[in-house]
Design a protein around this ligand. Structure first.
Ligand code: C2O
Ligand code: CU
Ligand code: CU
Length: 519
């Protein structure tokens, strides 16, 4: 898109914001910020970060199966304090610790069972992002865990090797609960991934990387702007947080010292709103080995940049040589007309990779990673559904209503979902499934989007065509969600609900839910 178009849009939006404020509430002092936040110069920490803290690696929880063959995980959601910035203590939330949570690991075929104790001062939920599982186990807004209570979901892992994640999903409060620190990775292994010569020793050559942006106030506390009044008007506050401090696994200014010639990074954009365009400071290429929901099919995909929006993941494998000293950086992002409001020109140094004088040799990477193919052939006459993401809080002109089922989907059917944005960039996520990108604006997707996905970038004004299929976990009464994963958009209503039902029973579904049991 030519930059003049971008600039015009940017100016128009700024003016709308100004008009509203002058006409409606000129005395509110926050108005200056609202306008100003659109006009902010790009931020850059390139070359300015002191990498003085070893990268934290979240502890691994990979329990042995119990007598019933179940892997049992105990998770406690709790408030705590973490030293994120040198010399300051920050109030945070975490899982089995003060900030963020352990990495959970399980194999395809395992039955996993949880005790999730909510010791937070508020009700919340815990959602398994990217997991195929019954709606009752999904941890969406209908599975409230009241403060002080516990929840005991259990299901069988029935999907390919992948890097998933977990995070809270309480109705209207997801942004705040994630921002405070409840998030972690969930790694799935299977026979196929075991047989591959990919780096797989957790914390050694298989490195989780949860990337999040935060703002701190003068007392070193996390600053969370709820948007409130201003989120109904223009400006960045419509999108939520854009932090100036970028954390990797909760570490600011982290360094990592590889010990083998190949390192795999499992990168999660765990931010509320910020996009990143990851690459290395010397522009070295890396191999993309997995996207959100599993290994990349087809020919090897080599890249020098990978852009991830909120909730997207990428597994990359990078080669290092002795004495290398490079920085994993986020470069300018391509966010079309949303560039200004989404701070797409910001650039950040995130992780310093300092290689010692000696490296152990890693096995050579296989060319072919998976027997899975990319996008499936969608049969003629497949059902199509259209979802238009509107403004900052609606899909198909409606805000999320917990008592309304928006879509009824037959189990196992291969469908086409057309997602488009009438303004603003978004990431669109569907619960309970793996999908494939068929087309973006009528074109085949780029190589990095040909793998299995559960969250996809939908740029300002763009249409994205997805092949979507749900498994046979039918439940006519409990819905799954689809939504924008920019968490303020999600909280403000850019979300809908669908049930997966026995084929042929679609018309008998009651689309009004009794939510009196929900909190
Ligand atoms: Cu990662 Cu419905 O969420
Ligand atoms: Cu999800
Ligand atoms: Cu959005």
């Amino acid at each position: 898109m030519p930059s003049t178009t971008r600039r015009q849009k940017y100016t128009r939006r700024a003016l709308i914001g100004a008009g509203t404020l002058v006409g409606g509430c000129a005395v509110v002092s926050g108005g200056g910020y609202l306008l100003f936040s659109n006009a902010t110069e790009p931020r850059s920490t390139v070359g300015e970060v002191e990498f003085d803290t070893q990268l934290a690696i979240p502890p691994l929880l990979d329990p042995e199966p119990d007598g019933d063959g179940r892997k049992v995980y105990d998770l406690t959601l709790e408030a705590g304090e973490a030293e994120i910035q040198a010399g300051a203590t920050t109030g945070t939330w975490g899982v089995n610790g003060p900030f963020l949570g352990p990495t959970l690991r399980a194999r395809r075929g395992d039955t996993v069972a949880f005790t999730i104790q909510n010791d937070l001062p508020e009700d919340t939920t815990l959602h398994w992002h990217g997991m195929h599982l019954p709606a009752a186990m999904d941890g969406g807004p209908h599975q409230t865990i009241r403060a002080g209570d516990a929840w005991h979901p259990e299901w069988e892992i029935a999907q390919p090797a992948s890097t998933l994640w977990y995070h809270p999903h309480p109705h209207g409060k997801t942004a705040e609960h994630v921002y405070k620190g409840i998030a972690g990775l969930f790694i799935i292994d299977d026979d196929e991934s075991d047989a591959l010569d990919l780096p797989h020793e957790y914390g050694v050559d298989d490195i989780p990387l949860i990337v999040q942006d935060k703002n701190f106030d003068d007392d070193g506390q996390l600053e969370f702007d709820t948007g409130g009044f201003f989120s109904d008007f223009g400006g960045s506050s419509n999108f939520g947080i854009f932090g100036g401090t970028i954390l990797a696994n909760g570490t600011e200014g982290a360094f990592f010292e590889p010990s083998r010639t190949l390192t795999r990074f499992r990168i999660l954009n765990g931010s509320n709103t910020r996009f990143y365009n990851f690459g290395f400071s010397d522009n070295r290429p890396f191999r993309l080995v997995a996207t959100d929901n599993g290994l990349v099919p087809g020919d090897p995909v080599e890249l020098t940049r990978i852009q991830l929006g909120p909730a997207e993941r990428a597994e990359i494998v990078v080669a290092f040589e002795p004495e290398d000293d490079v920085v994993l950086r986020s470069y300018e992002q391509d966010l079309g007309g949303g560039e200004a409001q989404l701070h797409a020109r910001d650039e950040f140094d995130i992780l310093n990779i300092r290689v010692p004088g000696d490296l152990e040799d890693s096995p050579t990477l296989p060319d072919v990673l998976t027997s899975q193919v990319g996008a499936p052939d969608v049969p003629d006459g497949a059902s199509e559904r259209d979802f238009v993401l509107m403004g900052h809080n609606r899909i198909n002109d409606q805000k999320m209503d917990m008592a309304r089922i928006d879509e009824v989907v037959p189990a196992n059917a291969l469908e086409i979902w057309n997602i488009s944005s009438n303004s603003n960039p978004h990431t669109f996520h569907i619960h309970g499934c793996t999908f494939h990108v068929l087309e973006i604006e009528g074109d085949a997707p780029p190589p990095e989007l040909r793998g299995p996905k559960d969250t996809v970038f939908v740029n300002d004004g763009h249409a994205v065509r997805l092949a979507v299929q749900f498994r046979d976990y039918v439940d006519a009464e409990l819905p799954y969600m689809y939504h924008c994963h920019l968490l303020r958009h999600e909280d403000n209503g850019m979300m809908g609900q669908f049930v997966v039902v026995e084929p042929g029973t679609e018309s008998s579904v009651d689309r009004n839910l009794d939510t009196s049991h929900s909190h």
